[in-house]
Design a protein around this ligand. Structure first.
Ligand code: CA
Ligand code: CA
Length: 145
């Protein structure tokens, strides 16, 4: 019985938001986290749907990344837009996903998301470095479904 609002404490939420901000200091890429109760099916398919709903497919360089958690299902998916997807190696997303899920299995949800976000930020930095005129195209908050 975990309501989506109770999944993270206020402190944990702010730790995740800090990780997003830190990651985005190094890259023009945009990272978001979305939590909801259940994905009603495949988490990656739901992440794809949310990507459009959250307008994450509208960044200039197509470099948005969504971290998606279905709280009750303990399911996780990470999805990058086509601009990133075509430059990172084929197993990059799987590697992130496995690391985050391993943390989840230990019960360390916040740490898993923090590490996944920071590692994604470092990877994005290689291809989409931060520029002084960067626009924060997508809010750095956690959206709840
Ligand atoms: Ca940006
Ligand atoms: Ca942002």
């Amino acid at each position: 019985m975990s309501k989506v609002e109770d999944f993270l404490t206020t402190v944990e939420e702010s730790q995740i938001i800090e990780a997003i901000k830190t990651a985005e200091k190094n890259t023009s890429g945009e990272i978001r986290v979305h939590l909801e109760t259940s994905s009603d099916g495949s988490p990656i398919e739901r992440a794809k749907e949310l990507f459009g709903l959250l307008k994450m497919n509208e960044t200039k360089d197509q470099n948005g990344v969504l971290f998606y958690v279905a709280v009750d299902d303990r399911q996780f998916a990470v999805l990058g837009d086509v601009g990133i997807d075509k430059v990172v190696s084929g197993d990059f997303w799987n590697s992130i996903k496995n690391k985050v899920i391993n943390r989840f299995l230990e019960g360390n949800y916040t740490l898993g998301l923090q590490e996944g976000i920071l590692e994604t930020g470092k990877k994005l930095q290689e291809y989409f470095p931060y520029e002084s005129n960067d626009i924060d195209e997508l809010p750095n908050d956690i959206s709840l479904g």
